[in-house]
Design a protein. Structure first.
Length: 394
């Protein structure tokens, strides 16, 4: 592979998974419950003149789609766990060996601005000036920063605290019929968008301290997600703001977890050899794209996908040859390039039976509509290449 970004051989197979001209659909997570039951959860709100993400918009809900043919076709989206669960962050899915499926959500407490101003203490809520102001929009959404003088008129709501919930399905995620609230204290909250793993007879669910988005911790369940342990810190520290953990349990029992760092803007990695009881110190991977998702390949290799919210905008694939200790951070494969702006990312992936990688992500299309898209990568003697030509492929 030549130095710099690697080009993939274009053929013909890009897929639009879901695109609604009246909605903003983003932040997917793909999980394999069974070979004939792929599950895809994503966030959805109304389409606005600008871009607001879940911490800023009380109308977000989580939507679920399913595929019986490894992503070649998808069902229509349906709200999960049920109607009434609005104002949520991105969700994560955890298929269990028992056949049950867990859906974890952080749900913010939202109020009208008038109610918050009349009945809540000034420090008990965050108003539109803080939610949508220039400082809040600077990191990811500066291209859509609204005028400060009209914030209260355009976005008359306020955000308070929230709760972490896990919903349980015993019918392959067709319905979610039991919910458990997780006590995340002393952390401010618990948000995760890549689900958990089963290790040592327990479920380990990594989360971050929403709305601070600065520390990553785990909670555990020994009864299939009905009750949860107290949190245990994984990563935090001065000069870092860790969030959005992406875990993977390797075949040899080692756990690798990639963390987004909102200070350095570089993915960090932590590892555990004892089932998540203890963790290595966070180490920078050199990957300047985020957030991540991973699958294990053969011979100890790991494939990681991440969103590139810097020019040239796109979706990148990284490979580790040594179980996550090092990555081809300088020479990624581009799953998708030529995207129009930073309104993209959160790629998630699964391995098909034929060895190809199915990568799902969100991005704007040629009409400016933000939706869920997918690309397929197939391995050959030179590495990975596109199964098909994606719209906007550069």
């Amino acid at each position: 592979m030549t130095s710099g970004v690697a080009a993939l051989i274009p053929r013909m197979d890009h897929q639009t998974v879901h695109c609604d001209p009246h909605a903003y659909s983003a932040h997917p997570h793909l999980a394999v419950a069974a070979n004939d039951n792929w599950l895809l959860v994503f966030t959805q709100s109304r389409r606005r003149a600008g871009v607001l993400h879940p911490p800023q918009d009380p109308l977000y809900c989580n939507m679920l789609m399913r595929s019986a043919d490894e992503g070649r076709s998808w069902s229509a989206p349906s709200v999960v766990p049920d109607f009434g669960w609005q104002g949520v962050e991105c969700a994560g899915l955890t298929p269990l060996r028992s056949g049950a499926v867990l859906l974890n959500q952080w749900r913010f407490d939202w109020h009208t601005l008038a109610y918050a101003q009349a009945y809540l203490a000034p420090g008990a809520y965050t108003g539109p000036e803080q939610l949508m102001g220039a400082e809040a929009m600077a990191a990811e959404l500066q291209d859509w920063t609204p005028r400060n003088s009209t914030l209260s008129e355009s976005y008359p709501w306020a955000r308070a605290g929230g709760q972490t919930w896990v919903h349980r399905s015993v019918d392959g995620a067709n319905t979610f019929t039991a919910s458990a609230r997780i006590d995340t204290s002393p952390f401010s909250g618990g948000y995760g968008m890549r689900g958990g793993i089963e290790v040592g007879g327990e479920i380990m669910l990594p989360l971050c301290d929403v709305p601070n988005y600065a520390a990553v911790f785990t909670v555990r369940s020994g009864d299939g997600g009905q009750s949860w342990s107290k949190p245990r810190l994984v990563a935090a520290g001065e000069g870092h703001a860790f969030e959005e953990p992406a875990p993977i349990l390797l075949r040899d029992g080692h756990i690798v977890m990639l963390l987004r760092d909102n200070v350095s803007r570089i993915l960090h990695v932590v590892g555990s050899a004892d089932g998540g009881v203890s963790w290595s110190a966070p180490s920078p991977t050199g990957i300047k794209d985020y957030p991540a998702d991973m699958v294990e390949l053969d011979h100890g290799r790991i494939a990681c996908v991440a969103g590139r919210r810097r020019a040239p905008f796109g979706i990148a694939l990284y490979i580790s040859q040594d179980k996550g200790n090092s990555w081809n951070s300088a020479d990624p494969y581009m799953v998708r390039s030529g995207l129009p702006n930073r309104d993209l990312g959160y790629p998630s992936l699964a391995l098909r039976a034929d060895g190809s990688l199915y990568v799902v992500y969100y991005a704007q299309d040629s009409q400016g509509i933000t939706g869920i898209h997918a690309s397929v990568l197939v391995p050959d003697a030179d590495g990975w290449r596109q199964e098909g030509l994606a719209y906007g492929q550069g």
